[in-house]
Ligand binder design. Structure first.
Ligand SMILES: [Zn+2]
Ligand SMILES: [Zn+2]
Length: 142
């Protein structure tokens, strides 16, 4: 049982759909969307046939767990650099595209192997030399 709601009434009440009782051009006697005035049956069929990315539904997004509240720029959750802590603290950089997320590397403060100056390393395992010494070391390696 569907009650008749004119387009004007629907707009006034802020409804998404209205119902005139008249069939659409494809013969569906169904509700229609205020936005676009397409009948809901047509809309459903049409969505099924061609999965429009700009369809008003956000079903896929809604299904994603909202656990990645951290910076989820490019699937990596990277901790923000913090104040010098003596080189003890290590924070993982998580690959949020994996389920469950995998730590791809760890960031943290450490002392440069060359000049012993503390610096914030983007990868505490691989990056052990400060930026200042890095240029010199690569030059020396050759
Ligand atoms: Zn229709
Ligand atoms: Zn250094």
């Amino acid at each position: 049982m569907t009650t008749l709601v004119t387009l004007e009434d629907a707009k006034r009440q802020g409804l998404v759909r209205y119902f005139t009782g008249e069939p659409c051009k494809h013969g569906h006697v169904a509700e229609r969307y205020v936005n676009g005035r397409q009948c809901v049956v047509c809309d459903r069929e049409w969505n099924k046939a061609s999965r429009q990315p700009n369809a008003p539904k956000a079903a896929r997004v809604a299904r994603e767990p909202v656990m990645a509240s951290a910076s989820k720029a490019y699937g990596f959750s990277e901790p923000k650099p913090w104040e010098w802590d003596g080189g003890k603290r290590r924070e993982p950089v998580l690959d949020m595209d994996r389920h469950p997320p995998v730590a791809v590397r760890h960031v943290g403060w450490r002392c440069c192997m060359r000049c012993a100056k503390p610096f914030f390393s983007e990868d505490v395992k691989a990056l052990r030399i400060c930026d200042g010494c890095k240029g010199a070391s690569t030059a020396n390696l050759g």
